[in-house]
Design a protein around this ligand. Structure first.
Ligand SMILES: *Cc1c(COP(=O)(O)O)cnc(C)c1O
Length: 367
């Protein structure tokens, strides 16, 4: 039996009738760009995040950029984030002409190490962007304390953390704003591209709504130069349907993670951190192993498909060579990039598939 890394078709089958009807309704209404379906989704997603506002946009990257525009990140500013992330966390910093300043991870959690954050703060630091990687929030109390003492706002990259909980509080509601992606492979995925910024700030939300739509509050009256970052109506409607199932899907992923943990606990592999004060939504289940590339190939031969998130840390990407970082600057991130493997993870994954994956890993490490 083949085990895909992710099976979007299996998810669609579970909601097909409702989804087909919903997409047809958007077409009948011709509510294609923003519009009532997007407004409805914004209301529902803000409720999930327990924030006052949600501003829906056309990708997670746009969400991060929009938040940085509204927070007035400018050329010469420094923005601190973590080396172990997808490049889209950094790109919007560059769009603003600001400088990404990277820090290493904590070895147990894979997320930003607060002690290293503290050392990286300078008088040019204007923003701190922790990333809730793999669905688990960063260590937000420590990060917020350090940022608060320095008077620097915190923007959460919650692109992998829809519904994730930190000490009873929702991802996205912890900093000045939180950015989400609805890329199809995320826990809450559009049928295309999508993203959102959530915030409690009326001023930030108003500014972001204007900037998202060509700098206008009133059609054809433009108060500032803006962008076209609008979410499509079809995506708003799709996300509204899926939002009703997100809790159920995240619960299924949590059960899969527990099962993986149980079946792998006696093997010489490094398991991801268990839920504690952070309640992960298990966007990814990431193991640390020796001979990672060999394991990846071994599993692929057995029709088990895994991933690496991410094979090259941001500071070693060609695109960011100009920042002047070298190998050795973030040793924990670098070490992990060589050892990590993301196992198949999606709500519809079956117990048999999980056993097939863990049995094959067992054979490999035992051989
Ligand atoms: C997916 C992702 C993004 C970017 O979102 P897009 O919708 O693909 O633009 C940003 N940060 C992280 C951590 C992500 O996983």
């Amino acid at each position: 039996m083949s085990v895909p890394f992710l099976d979007l078709r299996a998810q669609y089958q579970t909601i097909k009738q409702e989804m087909d009807r919903t997409v047809q309704a958007v077409i009948n209404d011709c509510a294609f760009a923003l519009g009532k379906y997007v407004v409805e989704f914004e209301k529902n997603f803000a409720a999930l995040c327990t924030t006052k506002h949600c501003v829906a946009v056309n990708s997670g990257t746009s969400a991060l950029h929009l938040a940085m525009l509204a927070l007035e990140i400018k050329p010469g500013d420094e923005v601190i984030t973590v080396a172990n992330t997808f490049i889209a966390t950094c790109e919007p910093i560059s769009y603003q002409g600001a400088k990404p300043v990277l820090v290493d991870i904590n070895e147990q959690t894979y997320t930003m190490d607060p002690a290293k954050l503290k050392k990286a703060i300078s008088n040019k630091t204007k923003l701190i962007v922790p990333v809730h990687l793999y669905g688990r929030t960063a260590e937000m109390d420590d990060i917020l304390k350090i940022a608060g003492d320095a008077g620097i706002p915190v923007l959460e990259d919650a692109a992998q953390a829809h519904g994730s909980v930190y000490r009873g509080r929702k991802a996205g509601s912890l900093g000045v704003a939180g950015c989400f992606s609805f890329y199809p492979g995320k826990n809450l995925g559009a049928y295309g591209e999508g993203g959102a910024v959530v915030t409690d700030s009326d001023a930030l939300a108003a500014r972001m709504r204007r900037l998202r739509d060509h700098g206008s509050d009133k059609k054809y009256y433009h108060d500032e130069v803006g962008y076209n970052y609008r979410l499509e109506g079809i995506q708003g409607a799709v996300l509204n349907v899926k939002l009703r199932y997100l809790g159920e899907w995240n619960t299924a992923r949590r059960a899969h993670a527990a099962r993986y943990r149980e079946l792998l606990k006696d093997l010489p592999v490094k398991l991801p951190p268990a839920d504690d004060h952070c309640r992960s939504i298990w966007h990814l289940f990431v193991l640390g192993v020796e001979k990672r590339d060999e394991l990846l190939a071994y599993l692929k031969e057995r029709d088990i498909h895994c991933g690496i998130h991410y094979p090259v840390p941001v500071h070693l990407q060609k695109a960011y060579a100009h920042l002047g970082y070298t190998r050795g600057d973030f040793p924990l991130t670098e070490k992990w990039a060589e050892r990590i493997i993301s196992l198949p993870m999606f709500a519809e994954l079956t117990g048999d598939q999980i056993e097939q994956v863990t049995a094959a890993i067992g054979e490999f490490v035992g051989s």
